[in-house]
Design a protein around this ligand. Structure first.
Ligand code: PLP
Length: 339
């Protein structure tokens, strides 16, 4: 398979029905069956390529899903109306009452709140560990553990998850590894590194325009079929479908993701170095003293760089609250009112 994610998307040659350079947008909630038995068969998951109802599948979301599975090199993908919907539906599909999850002490705030405050209502227990400490990950696994959940680059500490080793640990225990790759699309291909499921908030880099909220789940065909099952699938029954008009917009933006990621990484490395020069305590995985800098190099698709996220530690809440304005003028960086 072509090694370059942008070319893999391009190679799909997704055209509109009249030869349009973009696939047509589906403006229908439901679909016509000219023969009654076709509807029944579609209900039972036969007839791939037939559409039943837009919450289940619709052609616009299918085009975007196909582009994402090409990017991620997974068998299948599913589009959701938010990153949280991708995360929560996947977890709810996998975990039943009495099950257990091992995750990082730091994840995106909404994910953390779901794991910490919401899942216990349904008797799913969660252990929070330092995900960079692989021994503590192993130790936290119990007989009822179903899943290791992590972010490839975590929010907000920018720790890098050792995906191949976490995948080995999961495989050895017969459990799943789910990776949120929101901060590092194209930089990491988690499924190739061993992850079973890859989830995204497409709200961030993938769409890249700050004009909508969306998500995606990439994984094995059997898992996506389960999610979409009309009688018991979490995604089908909880219903977080993305509107086809948004979905077609995201697909168009996906075609520039490779260029944007390279530039984000270039900008972030430049700013990280400047921040360090002016004496700020900065964390960026592209800096050589980042604890997982070498690990990141060993896993990343190098041409996309170290990503667009960096953090600065301003030491106290008070000082952080005083920062009024960070401006980037040409090649000058000024942080007010500290410097
Ligand atoms: C924003 C974010 C999410 C949640 O996505 P929404 O699209 O806002 O629902 C999940 N994970 C990470 C890492 C995020 O940054």
């Amino acid at each position: 398979m072509n090694n370059d994610p942008a070319s893999r998307i391009q190679d799909l040659r997704q055209f509109g029905e009249f030869g349009g350079v973009n696939p047509s947008v589906t403006d229908s909630s439901t679909y016509t069956f000219l023969e009654a038995h076709t509807m029944e068969e579609t209900f039972h998951g036969e007839h791939a390529g037939c559409f039943l109802y837009s919450r289940h599948w619709n052609p616009s979301n299918k085009y975007l899903a196909d582009a994402l599975l090409a990017m991620e090199q997974t068998e299948s993908a599913w589009i959701t109306a938010s990153g949280m919907a991708a995360i929560t539906c996947s977890i709810l599909e996998l975990c039943h009452a009495g099950d257990h999850i091992v995750t990082s002490v730091t994840t995106y705030g909404g994910t953390f709140a779901f794991l910490k405050n919401w899942l216990p209502k349904f008797d799913v227990q969660v252990s929070f560990v330092n995900i960079a400490d692989l021994e503590s990950v192993k130790k936290a696994i119990q007989p009822n553990t179903r899943l290791i959940y992590t972010e490839a680059v975590n929010n907000p500490l920018l720790q890098i998850s050792n995906i191949p080793v976490l995948a080995d640990i999961a495989r050895e225990k017969g459990i799943m590894l789910m990776v949120d790759n929101t901060f590092s699309p194209m930089i990491f291909t988690p499924a190739v590194l061993g992850a079973d499921l890859v989830v995204y908030s497409m709200t961030k880099f993938i769409n890249g325009k700050n004009d909508c909220v969306a998500g995606a789940i990439c994984g094995p065909q059997s898992f996506i079929n389960d999610l979409a099952d009309v009688n018991k699938g979490s995604a089908m029954l909880l219903g977080p479908v993305l509107d086809p008009i948004r979905s077609s917009g995201i697909l168009k933006n996906l075609h520039t993701l490779h260029i944007r990621m390279k530039q984000h990484s270039k900008n972030a490395l430049y700013i990280a170095r400047k921040f360090r020069e002016i004496g700020l305590k900065v964390t960026y995985p592209g800096l050589e003293d980042h604890p997982q800098h070498e690990l990141m190099k060993s896993m990343m698709n190098e041409e996309f760089g170290f990503g667009g996220m960096l953090t600065i530690d301003l030491k106290s809440h008070e000082i952080a609250n005083q920062v009024k304005f960070i401006s980037l003028h040409l090649k000058q960086i000024i942080v007010y009112p500290l410097y």
